[in-house]
Design a protein around this ligand. Sequence first.
Ligand code: ADP
Ligand code: MG
Length: 249
Amino acid sequence: MTLLQTDGLTKQFGGLVAVDDVSFEVDSGETRAVIGPNGAGKSTLINCITGALEPTAGTVEFDGQNITNLEPHETVQAGVSKSFQTASIFPSMSVRENVEIAALAAEHGSFQLNFLKRLSGFSAVHDTADQMLGAVDLLDSAGAEAGSLPYGDKRRLEIAIALASEPDLLLMDEPTAGMSPDETADTVDLVEALQEDLGLTILIVEHDMEIIFRIADRILVLNRGQVIADGTPEEVQQSEQVQEAYLGG
Ligand code: ADP
Ligand code: MG
């Protein structure tokens, strides 16, 4: 079943066409990857899906609903959540409170921090938070100040924050960027577990080819904003256009 579908999605920044007429779909339950050289338009594509950017043309459909021009908090409520949003962590709050606030923000469709702070700590939201912290293996640090976490744990907290809205589709933009080899391996295991155990559908941008070829069911390849290949890892690997784009041919 198709969960997400873009049709002719285009984003221009002035004269630059960062995302150029991109049509692709994500099936329910799959791990879908987007790859491409630096500046290919991967992040812009993701941000057009979340509503962080307004597309110049084209449509985004999610679960049968047109979500093209929704605000970011509305796409979260529709069931699309993105991890690795810069500054998504409140460093002076506890790890658990960070996830509680995210759960409440999704539920109430607003982000009035003082209002949400008053609601956090109630048992239902407390349970949701602990469930998500368990999923990313951070339950032991639930009471710690979020700002004090090591880098890899902070990135995992960001995943728990994204999960707090109980999304159907989780978007991840370069989740292993800046991580040590050990943190990278843990994150890859985590992404696989989220897909398998929680039945999440995942759309992931990642520059590490080894990771992508290991975890992705299907790969969309962008170059200069355009789709140059789309298919299974094997299909994409055999594409001449992909080899040219990566070898600079
Ligand atoms: P990727 O994530 O694949 O590295 P991006 O989507 O970040 O690529 O960027 C695609 C192109 O759009 C690049 O040429 C980049 O410089 C440009 N771009 C991205 N965001 C903006 C912006 N807010 N304003 C102007 N140009 C942008
Ligand atoms: Mg990017």
